[in-house]
Design a protein around this ligand. Structure first.
Ligand code: FAQ
Length: 313
C-alpha cells in the first residue's frame, strides 16, 4: 500500500539516496534552505561575471580574449540554470533578482575583490574556479533533482575554466621575472579570500547541520577547504610560486597539510557588504538590469507572438 505520510516518504527517499523532485512533498524548511543556497549560488555566478568581464577588453591576445569571453558567457549560463532550478521551488525570477539588488540575498564573498592585473584573471580561474569545483562536485549528488542536474553540467564547464586560469598562471610563472612576480602577487591577493569561499569553520556554520541531514551538502566546509589546500600545493610548486602562509606544512600523522587561519573578521565584513568592491558590484548589476529591461520586454513580446501563432495554427 502506498505510504501517505508525506514526511516518511520524504525521509525514505533521502535514505535511499533518491532525488527529491519539484512535485514531491518536502518540508517547508528544506524548500527555504534550497531557495537560499541555490539563489546565492546563482547570484554568485552572475556577479562573478563582473570582475572577469573587467578584463575582456584588455586581454593580452585575441586567443586570450576569446577564451575569456567564452568563460564569462558560461558563467551567465550557470546563473540561468541555477535560477531556473530555484524557480522550481515556487519563487519567481523577479523575487530572486530583487533580493540580490536590494542586498537581502548574499553572493559569494570572493567576487567582492578587485582584479587588478591580468594575473588576477589567471588566479581567479585557477583558485576560485578550483575551489568552486571542489564544492560543486559534491553538489552533483545533492538531494534536490533540478539542483543536482544543473551542477553536473556546470562542473564540466568549470573544469575548463580552471584550466584556462592555470594556463595563464603557467605563462606568467615561466615568463620573465616581472611576469613571475605578477603571478606571485596575484596568488598573494587571492589565496586567503579563496579559502574563505568555503564558508565559516564547521563549528560556526549554522546551516550545515540541516544541509547534511537533508543531503543537500555531502561534505562540510572544513573538509572541502582541507581538500582544496591539499590539492593546490603541488600545482603551486610546479609553478615555482609560494603560498602566502607561514603555517603551511605537511602533517604526516593526518596525511594532510596544516595551514593558517583565514582572517574571519575580514570575511564577516565582506559578507555584510563592506568588502572592497561590494557597492561597485551591486551598482553595476542594477545598472545592467535596468538598461536591459527593453531586451526582456522584446524577448517576452516575441515569445507571446509565437504562442499566439501556434494557437492560431
Ligand atoms: N560568501 O552556515 P554556512 C563560483 C554565508 S560559484 C558569502 O556555512 P552554507 C563559480 C552563508 O550563506 C561560488 N556568504 O552556510 C564562478 C550563511 O549566510 P545565510 C558560489 C557566505 O550555505 C567562478 C552564513 O555565511 N558557490 O565561484 C559564504 O551551509 C568564477 C553561514 O554559513 C556556491 O554558492 C561565502 N563564501 O555554506 C563564477 C556553492 N560562505 O545564508 C564566476 C553553493 C558562507 O544564512 C567566476 N553554496 N556564507 O544568511 C554552498 O555550497 C554553501 O552555501 C556555502 C556556505 C559553502 C557557500
Amino acid at each position: 500500500m502506498e505510504n501517505t505520510n508525506f514526511e516518511v516518504v520524504f525521509e525514505d527517499k533521502l535514505q535511499r539516496n533518491e532525488m527529491i523532485e519539484p512535485k514531491d512533498w518536502m518540508p517547508d524548511n528544506y524548500r527555504k534552505h534550497l531557495i537560499r543556497q541555490i539563489s546565492q549560488h546563482a547570484h554568485s555566478e552572475i556577479i562573478g561575471m563582473l570582475p572577469e568581464g573587467n578584463w575582456i577588453s584588455r586581454a593580452p591576445s585575441l586567443r586570450a580574449k576569446m577564451v575569456l569571453l567564452a568563460k564569462v558567457q558560461d558563467e551567465g549560463g550557470h546563473g540561468l540554470y541555477l535560477y531556473t532550478a530555484a524557480e522550481t521551488l515556487g519563487i519567481s525570477r523577479d523575487e530572486l533578482l530583487d533580493a540580490l539588488h536590494t542586498g537581502k540575498a548574499k553572493y559569494s564573498s570572493i567576487f567582492n575583490y578587485p582584479t587588478l592585473t591580468w594575473a588576477d584573471i589567471g588566479a581567479v580561474g585557477w583558485l576560485v574556479d578550483g575551489a568552486a569545483i571542489m564544492n560543486q562536485v559534491m553538489l552533483q549528488r545533492t538531494s534536490y533533482g533540478p539542483y543536482s542536474r544543473a551542477m553536473i553540467r556546470i562542473c564540466k564547464e568549470e573544469s575548463f575554466h580552471q584550466r584556462q586560469g592555470y594556463e595563464i598562471m603557467c605563462h606568467l610563472a615561466f615568463g620573465t621575472p616581472a611576469q613571475k612576480q605578477m603571478a606571485q602577487d596575484a596568488l598573494n591577493r587571492w589565496w586567503w579570500p579563496t579559502l574563505m569561499m568555503f564558508g565559516p569553520t564547521d563549528d560556526k556554520s549554522p546551516n550545515s547541520a540541516n544541509a547534511v541531514k537533508w543531503k543537500i551538502k555531502r561534505e562540510s566546509n572544513d573538509q572541502l577547504r582541507q581538500r582544496f589546500v591539499n590539492q593546490t600545493i603541488s600545482q603551486t610548486e610546479y609553478l615555482g610560486l609560494t603560498i602566502p602562509d607561514k603555517d603551511l606544512k605537511w602533517n604526516e600523522e593526518r596525511q594532510a597539510y596544516d595551514f593558517g587561519t583565514p582572517d574571519w573578521t575580514e570575511f564577516e565584513n565582506v559578507i555584510k557588504g563592506n568588502g572592497p568592491c561590494n557597492k561597485e558590484r551591486i551598482t553595476a548589476r542594477v545598472k545592467a538590469h535596468t538598461e536591459g529591461a527593453w531586451v526582456r520586454e522584446a524577448a517576452q513580446a516575441f515569445a507571446d507572438k509565437r504562442k499566439e501563432s501556434a494557437v492560431a495554427a
